[in-house]
Design a protein around this ligand. Sequence first.
Ligand code: APR
Ligand code: PHB
Length: 389
Amino acid sequence: MNTQIVIIGGGPSGLLLSQLLDKRGIDSIVLERKTKDYVLGRIRAGVLEQGLVRLMEEAGCADRLHAEGFTHDGTLISFGDEMFRIDFTKHTGTPVVVYGQTEVTRDLYDAREAAGGKIEFNVKDVVINGADTDAPFVTYTVAGETRKIDCDFVAGCDGFHGVSRKTIPDDVRREYEKVYPFGWLGILSETPPVSHELIYANSPRGFALASMRNDNLCRYYIQCSLDDTIDDWSDDAFWDEFKKRIPAQQAARLITGQSIEKSIAPLRSFVTEPMRWGRLFLCGDAAHIVPPTGAKGLNTAASDVHYLYNGLRDYYENNSSDGIDAYSAKALSRIWKAERFSWWFSALMHRYPDQTEFDQRIQVAELEFLRSNDAAQKAMAENYVGLPY
Ligand code: APR
Ligand code: PHB
């Protein structure tokens, strides 16, 4: 077999890249380790920057997002019973769109299927060969049969646990990591949102977040210990704790219900450099991870896809390597800013086990500064809605 681009990983990065390339007549094959249902079963943050919305439009996949997504012009930040709002539209002229990542992925799968896109599921033993030569190829097994695809380039969109990053030799690859000393316990419940906009809550008991998927589906989180398991948290225990962490007025009007999903996620910041090795390009979670505070995971994946897609277009349409040669530096420059923002926002909102009283006073001072200072709000808003590509 052969194709122009082998895309490893059928998560949002791989699917979006494949769909965009197809619109320009560039051929790709997506190799996915799991099944489509498995990929669509993963629940992830649901806040889309305009950059991603524009890419979905260009990919021809934005109809449902426009019809069903919520436009949010701001967000709420609370500490104790104090609450203030950051107005994104006032500060940046740009809102965000609240639309689940699962739905983004579903829309991309639908589009790939409608276009007859090639996606192989349940692939095993993927090996990227000759990425540092002019003739790369990928081998894998599916249903016990070994296959080989010759290609021009390989896009490593296979998430944090994929093979692509590890294909880059140890003496070339540098990794930067910060592991946070807590996790997020999240639940999904079929209840109306407690607030029209998201509430990020800093409380003496730890962080909480009120988010949503639609008018009758909510996503709520609380900071928890890394030792906790979901069996330690009954629905009642979750709601009791959640109410103690958001302002009393919102707690009083919170509608609770049975959880339909419950999970614990650790928090990590991670970046690998470079994001290109020869004819292999890393995209999305394969190259970097952010803590979920600020919902930058999917959005950073989208900016990588933007740079890579445009670089590949330049290569095939204009016979120029400039775009792909600049890929790693351009992508990383934006990634590090998103890393900084999610690290800062996490530090501002969480209780750290080793936090001293001094540290807590600094946190409150920073929250008060953010509440009262227009420039600080503008900086926060610019980062939240997404820095320009
Ligand atoms: N071979 C083939 N596929 C693989 C392999 C492999 N060796 N390893 C992993 N995969 C698949 C995974 O099963 C997964 O479906 O690659 C896909 C990677 O998808 P994501 O982890 O979702 O990563 P990405 O597409 O970059 O999305 C980034 O989505 O998943 C969230 O937190 C993530 O918000 C971030 C955004
Ligand atoms: C979510 O809706 O799951 C969500 C929203 C915002 C975040 C993180 C997660 O910062």
